[in-house]
Design a protein around this ligand. Structure first.
Ligand code: LR7
Ligand code: MN
Length: 604
């Protein structure tokens, strides 16, 4: 059970984009954790985790027979144009138990034709932009899978065939990572041999995990370009042209599509945001964050330009095959799942390439709230072992920060043999992790030698600033800025740790600070720009925006935390309580409630 709960939180915390509720959806019934909506066209939509969230796993025993049966039975028009599927109420019981097999609504998927239509979700400006595919190299599409459902796997294949220019498609390679489901054997071989595009099924007898499975596919590929997809994707019009064109222009580019959402409940195709980039948090979990304001400004003229991303989600990207192998493909000592996306991102950036997202390429991915398959070796061991390798090889002094706060990874640190990967890094003459943070992701919130890292203490309260537990969009923490009793541990909880730059100008006293007051998950202390007389400004902690309203200044003798845009000082509310959050007031000399201490904590 512990393992299951871990997997569930792992996935919930990871990169599920915020649940998208359209304005025109009307709520018709609110269950415990189930919400149903009727949209403008009268279509039923179910949102929320009403199953598969780990709370109901002790449901009817799924026999091997049920798991091994292929129930694919398409109904014409079902799921058409990416519309949600409605399951008739009398089938609800069966739907719930089938859900548990893959942690998505298998019954819904099995009712949608493999070649269903999808809307063209691209911006108008994309249309025509990548239409000329003459002379472009061909690509091998590589899809690895372990016990995938028939309908999702083959809908992925069909969406590639139906929506890619034939002249760009060398072949489709399916790599079976030791699946045990019967229908993925000969039935699959026979089915794909009749398709109009060459499809090869490569099989691993042993469970090798997605990383080594992709390596098999990559080595076997005949195309000049490799395009990877998860086994439950649906490609939309124009997706491949936009990727291949950019890789062909510059072979050191890794190009990712915008990843849209296929609902695990209804299989609705939901367009996602184009202006999020990929990065990670202090625990090295992949995250989507809003692009910085500066970056957005630059893109105002043309939002269809590909943009650089600090990290890729992992599953969906195109890369030049020779380049992929020149820079070291994947770390073949990584197991099962996880970490390889950051490893590849760091490596490509640090060794002279780039990773970008093309807003003109949209591919849907079926997001799940938990993982359906086993992690041989244990979830924690697998994931944190892989992450330890990432840190050891690529992160220089930031690995110490990671290991200090991640006991799971620290425990596995000494077991990792990374010599050949470190040699690879030397051979390729790759840049430092500091260079990566400074140049690829200047908006990052990691500690740095020129930054303060530690607790922010109120001198009257013996309490410290705390990151809120509420969630905003993109699942980032959000809430009013509050205080909690300061931790006295040598290793304080990360929720009390903040980062802000040292200010080292002429005449600045030592220990002066200035900039955004940031913490994990790209959140910053925020207050309204103008001093509104009627309203005591509430100070919040929310997504970093790069705006002036998030800039603060501190000098150790005065002890004020000044809000730069208003000139006001961070204060406890007048009633002395801090439960409802901190506030801003006119700065007063030697006001105890406006006095703060920045207490550094070592991170290296
Ligand atoms: O042991 C395994 N063997 C496999 O072949 C485990 C998995 N797999 C296959 C699996 O069938 C699937 O096709 O590998 C693929 C990825 O596994 P998922 O779908 O369970 O992973 P995910 O979508 O939850 O995980 C994301 O992170 C992974 C970390 O290792 C991989 O990089 C996935 O490719 C990646 N998925 C995406 O990037 C899709 C978009 C997510 C976002 C945003
Ligand atoms: Mn996936």
């Amino acid at each position: 059970l512990a393992i299951i709960i871990f997997i569930v939180t792992l996935f919930q915390l990871s990169y599920l984009p915020s649940e998208t509720l359209r304005d025109d959806w009307v709520s018709v019934r609110l269950g415990a954790d189930q919400k149903e909506y009727i949209d403008a066209k009268g279509v039923h939509v179910v949102v929320g985790h009403y199953m598969g969230d780990g709370t109901n796993l002790n449901q009817p025993n799924l026999t091997d027979e049920i798991i091994n049966t292929n129930n694919f039975a398409p109904l014409p028009g079902e799921g058409k144009d990416g519309m949600p599927v409605v399951i008739p109420p009398h089938l609800s019981g069966k739907m719930h138990s089938l859900y548990l097999i893959n942690r998505f609504n298998l019954m819904a998927s099995d009712r949608i034709p493999l070649n269903r239509s999808l809307p063209d979700v691209r911006k108008k400006k994309c249309l025509g932009k990548y239409d000329n595919v003459d002379g472009l190299p061909k690509t091998s599409i590589i899809i690895v899978f372990h016990n995938e459902a028939w309908s999702t796997l083959l809908r992925t294949v069909w969406s590639v065939i139906v929506r890619s220019p034939r002249s760009l498609l060398e072949e489709i390679i399916l790599v079976d990572d030791a699946s045990t489901r019967k229908f993925l054997g000969k039935e699959l071989d026979d089915y794909v041999s009749a398709l109009s595009v060459p499809v090869r099924v490569l099989r691993s007898k042993e469970r090798i995990g997605l990383i080594k499975a992709r390596l098999i596919g990559a080595r076997e590929a005949k195309g000049q370009i490799l395009t990877f997809l998860d086994a439950h994707c649906e490609c939309t019009k124009g997706w491949l042209e936009a990727l291949v064109t950019r890789v062909a222009e510059d072979r050191t580019r890794i190009v990712c599509p915008v990843i849209d959402i296929i609902s695990d409940q209804t299989f609705a195709y939901v367009r996602s945001f184009e202006l999020h980039w990929g990065a990670f948090n202090w625990d090295l979990h992949f995250r989507w964050y809003s692009m910085s304001g500066e970056e957005l400004e630059k893109r105002k003229l043309d939002r269809t330009q590909p943009f650089r991303t600090p990290a890729m989600a992992g599953g969906l990207f195109a890369v030049d095959k020779n380049y992929f192998f020149e820079i070291g493909a994947y770390d073949d000592k990584m197991e099962v799942w996880g970490g390889e996306n950051l490893e590849l991102s760091f490596r490509v950036w640090q060794c002279g390439g780039s990773v970008e997202i093309s807003p003109c390429s949209h591919v849907g991915h079926l997001f799940r709230k938990s993982s359906p398959y086993s992690f041989p070796g244990g979830v924690t061991e697998v994931l944190y072992g892989n992450l330890a390798r990432v840190a050891l090889v690529w992160m220089d002094e930031w690995k110490d920060f990671f290991f200090r706060y991640s006991p799971e990874a620290d425990r596995l640190r000494d077991m990792q043999q990374v010599r050949s990967r470190i040699e690879l890094r030397k051979r390729l003459n790759c840049k430092s992790f500091k260079w990566y943070l400074d140049h690829v992701w200047p908006q990052h919130f990691f500690p740095m030698p020129n930054r303060f890292f530690g607790k922010v203490r109120s001198i009257v309260k013996n309490k410290c600033l705390e990151k809120p537990t509420g969630k905003g969009s993109l699942n980032q923490p959000m809430g009013v800025a509050t205080l909690t009793p300061c931790s006295r541990s040598k290793l304080p909880p990360l929720s009390q740790m903040f980062v802000i730059s040292f200010k080292k100008g002429l005449g600045d006293e030592p220990g002066s600070l200035e900039g955004a007051l940031m913490t994990d998950e790209a959140v910053c202390m925020d207050a309204p720009d103008r001093d509104d007389q009627n309203l005591t400004p509430r100070v919040k902690i929310m997504a970093c925006s790069g705006q002036k309203r998030q800039l603060w200044r501190y000098a150790p003798t005065r002890k004020w935390i000044e809000h730069i845009s208003t000139g006001l000082c961070l204060d406890l509310p007048k009633d002395g309580s801090d439960q409802n959050g901190l506030t801003l007031n006119k700065c007063e000399n030697s006001s105890a409630t406006q006095s703060w201490l920045f207490e550094e904590v070592p991170w290296r």
